[in-house]
Structures are given as structure tokens and as C-alpha cells.
Design a protein around this ligand. Structure first.
Ligand code: AG3
Length: 274
């Protein structure tokens, strides 16, 4: 019998992957987590019914949430990743030779599953500059500072990640950054949920002098059109060129990913001039 996983993209749209087998199913204290082996996308991590990452296209998301902020900063040393328990963002951060990378994820089950079954992501954890903290990212940010770059690699803004898209959290982020510090955050699909990007853009614009939304094409996420945002009090411009291996990100893409389609610019009232 054929076995499929479908994610509900809207009430009337669903998108599916044909499954070879289920590697694991864990109901943690926070989330319902499945790890599937799929035919076309390899290992696929699903949290609360939403695809988080797949072996085949994870590079796009992880490169794009990491390299733009890391190359905007003149010399990023201390990096904080909130969420990102799978280790994919940490793996990309290590390409910049930082001093210290702290990953704070609320759910140890994600970290353990990745360590056991997704070495292509969790190999970052064998580097002793990477420290894992299991806990609430919001509380962590309130109590720690001195970061050059903070990357918010969360699930959708419902459930455990809801607070990561609120003003109180953004205020705390600003306080925990060093001067010239930069944040990046994933902001969902502007095709189905432009309000997610608009909300983040509006709130961050009240707190930071410079805010830039940017896009990537991620085949396994709803609509394939995915948004991110960077924010800082220093101008957001490319300060260094990538001198490491990538599969999606290029120097050219740093700026081209910030060229937004008209419906997004109009909806978010952002012209790329902040
Ligand atoms: N975090 C963002 C995934 C959002 C997917 N949303 C969805 N499928 N509805 C990815 C975590 C990878 N480290």
C-alpha cells in the first residue's frame, strides 16, 4: 500500500510526500514529532504536522537563515541560535569560524532525533565550540548577552514558537546583542501568510534602525516561497564575501534575495529602504 504524508497548507490545500517508512514518532512535552524516510526528499522531520526540514532541500533554508546575517557582520564571534535543535543552522555558522555557538532549543527530543538519525545536520554538535542548551529561548535571551549574531530558527508562530514573534522578545534580543549586532529570523510564507512577515517587519522596525526582508525558494514549505528578515542598528550590507562551500547562497544572492515581489512590498509597506 502506498503511504503518504500530507501537510495542510490551508484548509483547502494539502501537499504530500510519499513515505518509505517512519523512522521515529515522538510525542514530547512540547510537540508531536515524526521523522520519515521519504522517496524523493530523504529524511523528513515533521513537527505538529508541519515539515521542518528534509535531507534534500534543508541546505536552502539553513544557508539562507545563516549566511546573510553572518556576512553582514564584520567579525561575528559569539552566535546564538534560538530553536534550530536539528543543528542545521549551527553547521552553517561553523563555516564562519566563530568562537562560540550556542543553540537553545525548547525540545530535547528534536536534538536527540537529529543526533541519532540526521548526522548531515547534527554533525555540528561534535565541534566543541557548539554548546546546546535545552530551554526556553525567550528566557535565555533575557538572561544572557554579548552576542554578535542571533538566529531565530523556529517553527511557525503557533504553539511553542508564538512568543518568538512578539515585541517583548524583540526588545530582549536587542539588549542581548553587542553593538553592531544582527538578528535573522524565518518569517513564513508571504504567499499564504504575509501577515507573519509584516508583523515581524513592523515590530522590528520600531526597535532596529535597519530591517531587511528577503526570500528563498524552499520546495517543501507551503507555496515554496519563504521569507526571512534581518535587523540591526548598523547598515545591512555585505561586508565579507563567502569563502566557503555553499549550494544555494552566493554573493549575488545576498542582494537579489532582498528584491521583493510587488504584492509583498505593498502588503508590508516595505520598499527595502529601511
Ligand atoms: N524551521 C522553519 C520551518 C517552518 C516550516 N513551516 C511549515 N512547514 N508550515 C525549520 C527548522 C530547520 N532547522
Amino acid at each position: 500500500m502506498e503511504y503518504w504524508f500530507y501537510e495542510e497548507h490551508t484548509e483547502n490545500v494539502r501537499w504530500g510526500l510519499r513515505i518509505k517508512n517512519e523512522i521515529a514518532h515522538v510525542k514530547s512535552d512540547f510537540q508531536d514529532i515524526h521523522l520519515f524516510e521519504t522517496y524523493d526528499f530523504g529524511k523528513t522531520l515533521v513537527i505538529d504536522g508541519t515539515i521542518q526540514t528534509t535531507e534534500r532541500d534543508e541546505f536552502i533554508y539553513h544557508e539562507m537563515i545563516v549566511h546573510p546575517p553572518m556576512l553582514t557582520h564584520p567579525s561575528p564571534r559569539k552566535i546564538l541560535i534560538i530553536g534550530g535543535g536539528d543543528g542545521g543552522a549551527a553547521r552553517e555558522v561553523l563555516k564562519h569560524d566563530p568562537q562560540e555557538v550556542i543553540v537553545v532549543d525548547i525540545d530535547s527530543a528534536v536534538i536527540e532525533l537529529s543526533k541519532k538519525h540526521m548526522k548531515f545536520l547534527s554533525k555540528a554538535y561534535s565541534d566543541d565550540r557548539v554548546k546546546i542548551v535545552v530551554g526556553d529561548g525567550i528566557e535565555y535571551v533575557k538572561k544572557h548577552d554579548g552576542f554578535d549574531v542571533i538566529i531565530i530558527d523556529s517553527t511557525d508562530p503557533v504553539g511553542p514558537a508564538e512568543g518568538l514573534f512578539k515585541k517583548e522578545f524583540y526588545d530582549a534580543l536587542k539588549k542581548s546583542l553587542n553593538d553592531g549586532g544582527i538578528i535573522s529570523q524565518q518569517c513564513g510564507t508571504p504567499f499564504y501568510h504575509p501577515e507573519e512577515l509584516k508583523n515581524a517587519y513592523d515590530l522590528l522596525s520600531k526597535i532596529f534602525k535597519f530591517v531587511k526582508p528577503y526570500l528563498a525558494h524552499i520546495p517543501t514549505y507551503p507555496s515554496g516561497m519563504w521569507s526571512f528578515v534581518m535587523a540591526s542598528d548598523d547598515e545591512l550590507k555585505l561586508r565579507r564575501v563567502p569563502e566557503f562551500e555553499t549550494k544555494y547562497f552566493t554573493e549575488e544572492l545576498y542582494y537579489s534575495s532582498m528584491s521583493l515581489p510587488k504584492f509583498i512590498k505593498e502588503y508590508c509597506h516595505c520598499n527595502g529602504d529601511k
